[in-house]
Design a protein around this ligand. Structure first.
Ligand code: NI
Length: 206
């Protein structure tokens, strides 16, 4: 297993659409193991294949407590089959060293994918939990989308990127999410306990 170089924002590879994996071959398994190694060594919760220069539809996630045992999740050829609710998600990305900003995400998602042995599985993540946000973030990478494309405040995102010497927001890549913005407001009213939990989690991590 080896640690791969993580590609940073500004590299066009991150904007390409990735291809489906036709077979979870030995070579693909090695790539997945290397991606896990790379993610753990960078203390990330997720990593997508384009971030290590492979435009293939694969991502890995581990949202377990860093002080406990590891719990790697592997997603090959993922499809998001259900999504609902919306939340504010404060996110960063291993391809954007140290830069964090507020983005819009769905609160609940269901994803279908193949595991490292090529076996299909379905995974559900709810109530804006870290797994729900990570799945959407990593899934986006496979379509050449980046978290800043979902930013809630373009000027805030720009100033964060500038602070860490990263290229500015690509205005033509911004996703129009007015409906999602309205849904965030609605969801916050209806699920105060979820919002409270997310706030606490954020405070603990700062
Ligand atoms: Ni990322």
């Amino acid at each position: 297993m080896s640690i791969l170089k993580i590609i940073e924002y500004g590299n066009p590879i991150l904007r390409e659409k990735s291809k489906e994996v036709t077979k979870v071959s030995k070579k693909i398994k090695t790539l997945i193991m290397d991606m896990l190694d790379t993610m753990y060594s960078a203390n990330g919760v997720g990593l997508a294949a384009p971030q290590v220069g492979e435009n293939l539809r694969i991502f890995v996630i581990d949202v377990s407590d860093p002080s406990g045992p590891i719990n790697p999740l592997v997603f090959v050829n993922p499809k998001i089959i259900k999504k609902s609710g919306a939340i504010n998600s404060y996110e960063g990305c291993l391809s954007f060293p140290k830069a964090y900003t507020n983005v819009r995400r769905y609160a609940n998602v269901m994803v279908k994918a193949l595991d490292i042995n090529g076996r299909p599985f379905v995974k559900e993540a709810r109530d804006g939990e870290l797994l729900a946000r990570a799945i959407q973030h990593e899934f986006d990478h496979l379509d050449g989308k980046l978290f800043i494309d979902h930013c809630r405040n373009r000027f805030e995102a720009d100033s964060v990127l500038k602070k860490f010497n990263l290229p500015p927001v690509e205005v033509d890549k911004l996703i129009n999410e007015e409906d999602l913005e309205k849904e965030i407001e609605q969801y916050e009213k209806e699920h105060p306990e979820v919002i409270e939990k997310l706030k606490k989690e954020l405070e603990e991590n700062q």
